[in-house]
Design a binder for this molecule. Structure first.
Ligand code: BJW
Length: 235
C-alpha cells in the first residue's frame, strides 16, 4: 500500500464493454454503418445535425439499461481505501465510474448526460433526447444546444489538470483503451518521459502503445482490474 503515493488511471471503452456498451474500434465498432470518426466531428454536426443528435440520443438512452461491472467497482474500492492521490481520467462519456462510487473522475472527452449551450456557454445536466429545437435552460434560446462531447479536432477537457496529475504520479495504469486517439494515446510516453512512475496496461489485446509500458496484462477488465486492485491494496 505504502508503495505508491499518487495513482493515475486512464480508462477507455474497454472498461465498459462488459457492461454492454460497444467499443469504438472492435467488431461492433460501427454505428448504423458509420465510423465514429464520421459522426464525432464538428463538421459532421454542421453537415447533418439530425444524424449526430440521433447517435448521441441512442447512446444516452442506452445508459439507462446498463450498470457498472466489477472493473468499475474495483476502481471505486481502490480510491476509497488508498490514502494517496488518486485520479481516474476517463475517455468514456458514460457515467459508470460515478455510478460505481468513484469520486475523483475527469471526463476528458465530455459526458453523454450533459448539454453545452453554444449561445451562453453553460453546461447542463441533460437526460432526455436532444434535437435542433431543444431550448437551453439557462438562456432559453432554441437551437444552440449540442451534446457536451469532445469531437475530433476539439481540445479535450482539463488538459492542465491532466498534465499536472501525470507529471506527479508514481503509478500510471491504462485500462481498456486501444491507444488510437490522441492526446490520451500519448499519456504513457509523457509519464515515461518524467521517468519516475511505473506504467501498466490492462487490456483485452495489446494496444497500439503496448510497447511503451513497463508491464502489460491482457484479458477482460472485469478480471484484471479487481486482481490489480487486490495487489495494490495488499501491498
Ligand atoms: C477491452 C475489453 C474488455 C474491449 N476488457 N479491454 C494524426 C496523428 C496524431 C493525432 C491526430 C492525427 N490526426 C488527428 C489527430 C488528433 C485526433 C486523433 O487522435 N485522431 C486519431 C484518429 C489519429 N485527436 C483529437 O482530435 C482530439 N483532440 C486533439 O487532439 O486536440 C488537440 C490537442 C493538442 C495538444 C494537446 C491536446 C489536444 C480529440 C479526440 C476526441 C475523441 N472523441 C471520441 C468520440 C467522442 C466521444 C463519444 O462519442 O463517445 O472519443 S473518438 C472515440 O475514441 C471516443 C473514445 O474516447 C476514443 C478512444 O477510444 P477507446 O476508448 O480507446 O476505444 P476503442 O474502441 O478504440 O478501444 C477499446 C479497447 O478496449 C480495445 O483495445 C479493446 O481490445 C479493449 N477491450 N473489451 C478490457 N472486456
Amino acid at each position: 500500500m505504502a508503495k505508491y503515493r499518487s495513482i493515475v488511471i486512464l480508462t477507455g471503452a474497454g472498461i465498459s464493454a462488459e457492461s454492454g456498451i460497444p467499443t469504438f474500434r472492435g467488431a461492433d465498432g460501427l454505428w448504423e454503418g458509420h465510423r465514429v470518426e464520421d459522426v464525432a466531428t464538428p463538421e459532421a454536426y454542421v453537415r447533418d445535425p439530425e444524424l449526430v443528435h440521433h447517435f448521441y440520443n441512442m447512446r444516452r438512452a442506452a445508459l439507462g439499461t446498463v450498470a457498472p461491472n466489477p472493473a468499475h467497482a474495483a476502481l471505486a474500492r481502490l480510491e476509497q481505501a488508498f490514502d494517496g492521490r488518486f485520479l481516474i481520467i476517463t475517455q468514456n462519456v458514460d457515467d459508470l465510474h460515478e455510478r460505481a462510487g468513484s469520486k475523483n473522475v475527469l471526463h476528458m472527452h465530455g459526458e453523454l448526460r450533459k448539454a453545452w449551450c453554444l449561445g451562453c456557454d453553460n453546461r447542463t445536466a441533460w437526460l432526455e433526447d436532444m434535437t435542433e429545437e431543444s431550448r437551453c435552460p439557462h438562456c432559453s434560446r432554441e437551437g444552440r444546444l449540442r451534446p457536451d462531447i469532445v469531437w475530433f479536432g476539439e481540445m479535450p477537457y482539463e488538459m492542465d489538470r491532466i498534465d499536472e496529475a501525470l507529471s506527479g504520479c508514481d503509478l500510471f495504469v491504462s485500462i481498456g483503451t486501444s491507444g488510437n486517439v490522441y492526446p490520451a494515446a500519448g499519456f504513457v510516453a509523457m509519464v515515461r518521459h518524467m521517468g519516475r512512475a511505473h506504467t501498466l496496461e490492462l487490456n483485452l489485446d495489446p494496444s497500439e502503445g503496448s510497447r511503451m509500458f513497463h508491464e502489460t496484462r491482457h484479458g477482460p477488465a472485469s478480471q484484471l482490474v479487481p486482481e490489480f486492485v487486490d495487489e495494490v491494496l495488499g501491498g
